[in-house]
Design a protein. Structure first.
Ligand SMILES: Nc1nc2c(c(=O)[nH]1)N[C@H]1C(S)=C(S)[C@@H](COP(=O)(O)O)O[C@H]1N2
Ligand SMILES: [Mo]
Length: 332
């Protein structure tokens, strides 16, 4: 009996570690914009997610042993199940809008809702502490077996996806699925709204004012991939001018970061060295930008996820604040 109880506690420790790792790699998967970091983040995220599934039989034994199951525990369980299921839907069925929500919104939303419940769950069971022996060789061996089981499940699901010619087989390193340029949805990060911006709006670029037509006159066609964290990407042609060509060189050299601010207040800050890979766009696929997509001027930031592509640009400012002096994800 004592032995069983100990095993149960270790299952709980493993579950907690895996949940935290899944959350951390999920955040990294949202942050990563280039193939190698994205591949590492999405692969480890998938393996941690599946490790939760692998642990289900053991956790079931523990849950069965409990005398009562609280409603909050049931909700926590349901949220984690929804999170895993919507993650699998995103991978195997792709980006699609179900009842106004995307699988990714459900995936992240359920994880965020589960977090406070998990904290109170841990508080209620705080007597289960980490023991010295939790790092023994036998435990490390079992951890290896769990990792191998989760990795094998991942490999098996990838294989099935290929055999069934699921869209999972052609998703890119970030996990996103392809959309044609015509199908790109006007996307809001969280709470922003499409503003009405006049076509002759002046964009302030480090103190100089430009209208969209001023910028268009200096633009070239740039091929770039817009890769939204809601799980789609689109390759398209943008009519855009490079920020390094607009910003005064001496001021740029002295600055730490470039802040791009929307008329809505939405903003992102980039390292000053990145000026050469940031573009102010006025056109998409040879047409002027549309209102929902950032008209009259929006940022194009290849190699960065969609939430960096500030729409309805009002100002581009050079500043001494380092680029990391901002929340990792926008709060609006
Ligand atoms: N001002 C502002 N810019 C924004 C957003 C926003 O909500 N507000 N959403 C971002 C996100 S999450 C993405 S994926 C892209 C989407 O661009 P699109 O609407 O042209 O598809 O814009 C980005 N720029
Ligand atoms: Mo996005």
């Amino acid at each position: 009996m004592g032995h069983l109880r100990r095993a149960g506690r270790r299952t709980n420790v493993a579950l907690l570690a895996v949940l935290l790792a899944a959350a951390a790699t999920g955040a990294l998967a949202f942050a990563a914009g280039t193939p190698i970091p994205a591949r590492i983040a999405t692969l480890t995220h998938g393996v941690f997610g599946l490790a939760l599934v692998v642990l289900v039989p053991w956790k079931t034994v523990i849950v069965r042993r409990a005398l009562v199951m609280r409603t909050t525990s049931l909700i926590l369980l349901a949220l984690i199940a929804i999170c895993i299921a919507s993650g699998l839907v995103q991978v195997f069925l792709g980006y699609g809008v179900l009842w106004r929500l995307t699988p990714m919104q459900i995936h992240v939303g359920s994880a965020l809702l589960a977090a406070p419940l998990l904290i109170s769950h841990l508080r209620r069971h705080r007597r289960q502490r980490l023991h010295r022996t939790d790092l023994s060789r036998r435990v490390l061996l079992r951890t290896g077996v769990l990792a191998a089981g989760a990795a094998a499940t991942y490999g098996m699901l990838e294989g099935i996806g290929r055999l069934l010619e699921s869209t999972s087989a052609i998703r890119i390193a970030t996990g996103s699925h392809r959309l044609g340029p015509d199908a790109v949805p006007a996307t809001i990060w969280l709470f922003d709204e499409v503003p009405a911006v006049p076509t002759n709006h002046y964009v302030d670029v480090a103190g100089s004012a430009f209208t969209a037509s001023d910028l268009a006159a200096r633009s070239t066609t740039v091929a770039a991939r817009l890769d939204c964290t809601s799980g789609w990407y689109a390759d398209a042609q943008w009519t855009a001018v490079n920020l390094a060509d607009l910003l005064p060189g001496d001021q740029l050299a002295a600055a730490a970061s470039i802040e791009v601010i929307s008329v809505t207040g939405y903003r992102r800050r980039f390292p000053a060295e990145e000026a050469g890979s940031l573009w102010l766009a006025t056109g998409f696929q040879g047409e002027p930008l549309r209102a929902g997509h950032g008209a009259p001027v929006r940022l194009v930031a290849p190699n960065r996820r969609g939430f960096w592509w500030v729409k309805w640009v009002d100002a581009v400012k050079l500043s001494d604040v380092p680029a990391w002096g901002q929340p990792p994800f926008p709060l609006s």
